[in-house]
Design a binder for this molecule. Structure first.
Ligand SMILES: Cc1cc2nc3c(=O)[nH]c(=O)nc-3n(C[C@H](O)[C@H](O)[C@H](O)COP(=O)(O)O)c2cc1C
Length: 335
């Protein structure tokens, strides 16, 4: 049962930590023994998620150096739980004092407070995207495992707000930021080298599990596979991918799946991110007691002008986790 802080079935992660706590961590249970692994393997993906690296992302400076505390012997996984710890070194909790007691529009405070009766406003606590550092560390391990099985994931940011030309993303984001605002973004993902047969019929269809994984990333608002919403306006004669030869289709409108099971074509999907909730414009809101008020919410806090910029690597990590899980599950299918 995947309750609250765990994800996956056979390749399973449990994450812990808050944005302004001392550290973040993830326990990976089910990583096969014998995988060559070191902290260096985690760094490339973690660096792509790290804040403070350019004007297009949050200026919070976190080295995000992972420490692998268990599950390794002589540079190989042992089959025991892998435990990874990443310290928080640049939390500035005093920036949040002026917001305490006020709901920040677009943030999780209202639902958390109603559900739990308590909410950690410092960086959004557990609702913060700081939690995604754990997913990326675990995703790097999953990625190594699926790479060894010939699977390669590529993600790219293909749109920020109205801008579709990647060369203009930086200047567009700076203009938006100067206006005290934020924008949404669209991440595209292609997975090559997919084997045939990943995914289970009905409830564990590969696309259903991907949708669940990707919609669990903070700020994601959709999941579109293959032609996705454009399928509505297509004819069957246009959408059908016909088989030319074993393992080869004439087209790939379905996005690499049939009946929820990978057909060995490139897996192709897109994930939209909403505009960052924290903006500098004055916004109406209420206090926790229900009084009307206003918030100039991010005068001091440090934020991403577009969550999809750093979100792309989180999409990659969650995809790797799902595929690692299904790869292990597929080994139980036939005699
Ligand atoms: C990589 C990444 C970075 C993010 N950075 C910010 C940020 O700087 N400020 C902010 O308000 N939200 C940020 N978010 C989004 C919030 O975490 C999220 O919108 C909030 O918790 C509410 O959850 P919901 O949008 O899923 O409803 C980020 C999300 C991701 C994936």
């Amino acid at each position: 049962l995947n309750l609250r802080n765990s994800f996956g079935n056979l390749f399973r992660i449990t994450t812990w930590g808050e944005s302004h706590g001392p550290a973040m961590g993830v326990v990976i249970d089910g990583c096969p023994a014998g995988l060559e692994l070191s902290e260096v393997d985690l760094l490339a993906l973690l660096k792509r998620r790290a804040p403070g690296t350019s004007l297009d992302v949050s200026p919070r400076r976190e080295p995000d150096h992972p420490q692998i505390l268990s599950g390794l012997y002589k540079g190989r996984t042992t089959g025991a739980p892998l435990s990874i710890l990443i310290e928080n070194v640049d939390a500035q909790s005093n920036a949040y004092q002026s917001w305490e007691g006020k709901h920040r529009p677009g943030h999780a405070s209202y639902t958390y407070l109603e559900k739990y009766g308590i909410y950690d406003p410092r960086g959004g606590g557990r609702a913060s995207a700081r939690e995604t550092v754990c997913r990326v560390a675990a995703g790097a391990v999953a990625n190594k495992f699926i790479n060894e099985n010939g699977i390669k994931i590529e993600t790219s940011l293909i749109q920020v707000g109205l801008e579709r030309n990647p060369n203009n993303f930086s200047s567009y984001l700076q203009t938006i930021q100067q206006k005290g605002d934020s924008v949404g973004g669209l991440v595209s993902c292609r997975v090559r080298g997919m084997p045939i047969g990943l995914g289970e019929p009905i409830y564990l269809k590969l696309e259903a599990q991907l949708a669940s994984a990707l919609l669990s990333i903070p700020a994601t608002k959709g999941f579109e596979i293959g032609e996705g919403f454009a399928s509505v306006e297509m004819k069957g004669s246009e959408h059908n991918d016909f088989l030319i030869d074993k393992g080869s289709f004439a087209s790939n409108h379905a996005g690499g799946l049939l009946g929820g099971i990978s057909n060995a074509e490139t897996l192709f999907f897109r994930v939209p991110f909403k505009p960052t909730a924290s903006i500098k414009k004055i916004q109406k809101t209420t206090t926790y007691l229900g009084e009307q008020t206003e918030l100039p919410i991010s005068e001091k806090g440090r934020h991403d002008p577009c969550t999809a910029v750093r979100g792309a690597v989180v999409v990659e990590a969650m995809t790797a986790l799902v595929l690692a899980d299904f790869l292990l599950l597929s080994r139980t299918t036939r005699l």
